[in-house]
Structures are given as C-alpha cells and as structure tokens.
Write a protein that binds this ligand. Structure first.
Ligand code: 13P
Length: 256
C-alpha cells in the first residue's frame, strides 16, 4: 500500500496572532507546488485556531489542536473538547506529546481517554510516542514505545484506528538539534508497524502513517523520508518559518 506522506507543524507555545496568520499565509503560498503529494497539517496554539482556520481557508492546509480533553464536555477548567476543536475548524488532534507526557505527567491511561474521545467525536488523531535518553541508554526503547502504543490505544477499535496516525518522537531529540539517524528511526518505525499488525491486522499496519519527530530540518528531512517506514514528519522549531517547513513538506512529497 502506498501511504500519502504527512507533514505536521507543531507550533507549541510560540507566535502571536499576527505571526500565526503570516505563517499560514506563507505556507498557503507553497501549497499549489506540493500538488497534493503530501498532507500538510498545522497545530497552532488554541487561541489562534479560529484566525488560523480563516487564514487557511481554501489552501488545503489541515488544522489541528495540540491537545484535546478526554471528556466530551463538562466541568473541566482549562481544557478544550473535541467538539470545540471541530467547531474551530480542526480535523485532527495531537495526543500524547512528550511535553505533556513527561512535562505534565500524562499517563497512557489519560492519553487513551483522549484518543477515544477525539475519535468518537469525529476527529483524526496523531498519537505521539517516544523514549527518554535514560530509557534509550538502558536499551529500553522498544519496550517503552510498545508499552505506550498498547496503553494509548486501549479501547480503540480497528475501524477507529483508520483515523489514527503515529508520531515517533524520541524525547532526547526534541528541540535539542540531535536527531535519531535514519537507520535508528527506521528500526523503531518498523517495530511499531509490526506491533500494529499483531494487535490489529495487516491492512491497518500497511495503512497507518508513522511520522518521525525530533529536530527535523530541511537538511535532514530527505534522508529520513527515504526510509521505508517513515511516512512524514512532525516538526517543531523548523515549522515556525514557512520556507523551512515547506522544504520539509517538499522532501516528504518526493518520497518514493
Ligand atoms: P523540534 O522539531 O523543535 O525538535 O520539535 C519536535 C516536536 O516536538 C514536534 O512535535
């Protein structure tokens, strides 16, 4: 099965309102040249979703939330629900990012509730996984990411899995300038795909897109995308500038 590549820009807690609109404008300008050869998603901060949606109208850029509540509605101060994301023009939510797992103590149990709720409401999900430096040095990478995969997909049906993509983001490579080499990343991606096959089925394993994230830049994107099981990138720092993000999207679109 040929998988449509996907590149996501996770803006984290950066930019301001006019910066968000300008960035969408810059990315939009490069969209026709990509000729629909790659899915392009951006994940702005919550307050800028509405104006980003307006700026992205008709461009083909897909909009996503950086997180989503595990509850559909209710007394959840500070949280944002899946229906609110849909209402704001989002089609996807990022779930389980390491800055939430490790920075805010989100467990697989919490992540799984978010995944199920987002899918039930009709969103797509990009589910993030990845090991810390200590875990990698202890030789526990595979055990950690497979544990996260299994725990985070608890209660997700094979039908709903059709709207899930994965992002392997080694924590030690995020924002550090360090990147897993293409071979290192490919090995983990292949392991994740086999695990999806074992837990679900062959069709799901061949369909699911597995993005790599962690210091992806125009200079390393092509080598990463050339790997068989790397279907795109989740980009932080380099997504804050339209040209560098577009360069990464171009590398993904060229992926054979
Ligand atoms: P950097 O590209 O800045 O390393 O961030 C990666 C990331 O966390 C994307 O979600």
């Amino acid at each position: 099965m040929t998988r449509q590549p996907l590149v996501g820009g996770n803006w984290k807690m950066h930019l301001d309102a006019s910066g968000a609109v300008d960035l969408i404008g810059g990315i939009s300008a490069g969209m026709p040249e990509l000729a629909a050869g790659v899915d392009v998603m951006v994940f702005p901060p919550f307050p800028y979703l509405g104006l980003s949606a307006e700026a992205a109208l008709g461009s083909g850029i897909l909009l996503g939330g950086q997180d989503v509540s595990g509850e559909l509605e209710g007394a959840c101060t500070g949280q944002v629900s899946a229906p609110m994301l849909l209402d704001s023009g989002c089609v996807v939510a990022l779930v389980g990012h390491s800055e939430r797992r490790h920075g805010l103590g989100e467990t697989d149990f919490v992540v799984a509730a978010k995944v199920r709720t987002a899918l039930a409401a009709g969103l797509r999900v990009v589910l993030c996984l990845g090991e810390t430096l200590e875990q990698r040095e202890a030789g526990a990478t595979v055990e950690v990411v497979l544990g996260q995969l299994s725990g985070s997909l608890e209660g997700v049906s094979v039908e709903d899995l059709d709207r899930v993509d994965l992002a392997y983001e080694p924590v030690w490579a995020i924002g550090t300038g360090l990147t897993a080499g293409p071979d290192e990343a490919q090995e983990v991606h292949a392991t994740l795909r086999s695990a999806v096959n074992a837990r679900y089925d062959d069709r799901s394993a061949s369909r699911i897109r597995i993005l790599y994230g962690g210091s992806v830049k125009p200079s390393n994107a092509a080598d990463l995308m050339a790997c068989e099981d790397i279907d795109g990138a989740l980009v932080g720092g380099a997504s804050l500038e339209a040209e560098s993000f577009l360069d990464i999207a171009r590398a993904a679109a060229r992926r054979e």
